[in-house]
Design a protein around this ligand. Sequence first.
Ligand SMILES: [Fe+2]
Ligand SMILES: [Fe+2]
Length: 223
Amino acid sequence: MTAETLFLPRDLPLWRDARPYLDVRNNDEHTIIAYALARRLVALTPGAEESVVLPAILLHDVGWKKVPEDLLLHAVGRKPTRPDLVRDHELYGVEIAREILERHAPEGVDIDAVCEIIDGHDTVKEAKSLNDAVVKDADKGWRSTPHGMRTIGGWYGVGPDEVLIMLEEKSNPLMLTPAGRALAEGQTTAVRTEMMIEACLGHGPEFTTALPPGKGADKWQRN
Ligand SMILES: [Fe+2]
Ligand SMILES: [Fe+2]
């Protein structure tokens, strides 16, 4: 899969312009996975509009680039000391996203609706609209993917057990749509159950070694 197949043709120019703003805190990787999840969630959520949801998820985190890099880890996590920076990244994000969107003026995209979702995508827990709910679910749903779990574990220096607890207690309850909830709870349930394989079978998971190391999700299982 390439950017050309992952992103809709309408969104490719937005992606190219967003990339320089997404090279902090794994946001480029987070964004492509959240975008792919958003495409699925839109398809599974009657009434959701891809022309709002997809540009919004693509651009939602561009504002982190303007937050000093040494402060990023203080903004999120279990006990953040600088939660104000979360609000800052939303406001910076609206500014940057609006500039990109107005420059490209993608056909059929309601720029105000996209910016309205970026503004508050993390700090406002309730959905302002169905489109907002789908964007929030794609964003938070990423956390429970293999990539999200591994990334979060790396940020805080904790293993899968602790990441799972955080997801189950703090993140999954935030999911807003039936499809989003199924996505997040399905993934954490699968990982939680995988940890019980040894208790059930008397031996741990027996993976094949056919995959070379470093090919993505398999790395989560190896460490
Ligand atoms: Fe964000
Ligand atoms: Fe995000």
